[in-house]
Design a protein around this ligand. Structure first.
Ligand code: ATP
Ligand code: MG
Length: 219
């Protein structure tokens, strides 16, 4: 579904922080992306989400070569990828329900068509009782789950989650992990960027490890 070949990335005139990164993301796969702080996990997630362009190398997303693709096609490709940012990026002036529904509203969908889907998803992530509350009132873990629900509402084929357990206690981290595994069973490819060792040890999943700009993959 997504293919990287000898991808390199540098910010401005800085050093190359990703070097010759080569891997493929298979349909319905589950993988962790790990490596020390500053190793480039968030940068790799941004490349996968096409919000950052590589300095060199080839990236193919759903069969399209990103260096030659018509820019107008990018939003449609992005809609097939859900992303949970490290800092959530919820809109404080909208309710939790409205935040989760936003990607559908932006896509021009009718509320009467998606209302029950949004409510069902909010219940699935355990926010059924909190849907009319604004994000500033939510706890860290509730914000995290709202961000996850917003990433999932468009039923993406790929879910990218950047440190999705960074702000929650171990029991909630385990619950979120179960949620991601369940989602993966339903057919979504999942990439979880994390340096949470306890989380990594709970699942025997593929590991993509970044160190010194290079990516090693352990099946
Ligand atoms: N917008 C930017 N401009 C310049 N340098 C950047 C930018 N974003 C990240 N970097 C640098 O790129 C390197 C990788 O950063 P990145 O955020 O991808 O790491 P990370 O593995 O996600 O770290 P963490 O575990 O702390 O979240 C770091 O040295 C960082 O300072
Ligand atoms: Mg990061």
């Amino acid at each position: 579904m997504i293919r990287f070949e000898n991808v390199g990335l540098r910010y401005g005139m800085g050093p190359e922080i990703l070097k010759d990164v080569t891997f493929q993301l298979e349909p319905q796969s589950f993988q962790f992306l790990t490596g020390p702080s500053g190793a480039g996990k968030t940068s790799l997630i941004r490349l996968l989400f096409m919000s950052l362009r590589p300095t060199r190398g080839l990236i193919q997303v759903f069969g399209h070569d990103l260096s030659t693709i018509d820019k107008q096609k990018l939003p449609n490709l992005r809609r097939r990828i859900g992303v949970v940012f490290q800092d959530f990026r919820l809109l404080d002036h909208l309710t939790t329900y409205e935040n989760v529904a936003l990607p559908l509203r932006v896509a021009g969908k009718d509320e009467s068509d998606y209302r029950s889907d949004v409510v069902e998803l909010l219940k699935w992530v355990g926010l059924g009782e909190r849907m009319h509350v604004m994000p500033p009132i939510l706890s860290g873990g509730e914000k995290q789950r709202a961000a996850i629900a917003r990433a999932l509402i468009t039923r993406p084929e790929v879910l990218l989650a950047d440190e999705p357990t960074g702000n929650v206690d171990p029991p909630l981290a385990r619950r979120l992990l179960r949620l991601f595994l369940e989602l993966n069973k339903l057919g979504t490819s999942v990439v979880i960027a994390t340096h949470d060792i306890a989380l990594l040890e709970q699942v025997d999943a593929r590991r993509m490890v970044l160190a010194d700009g290079r990516l090693s993959v352990f099946e």
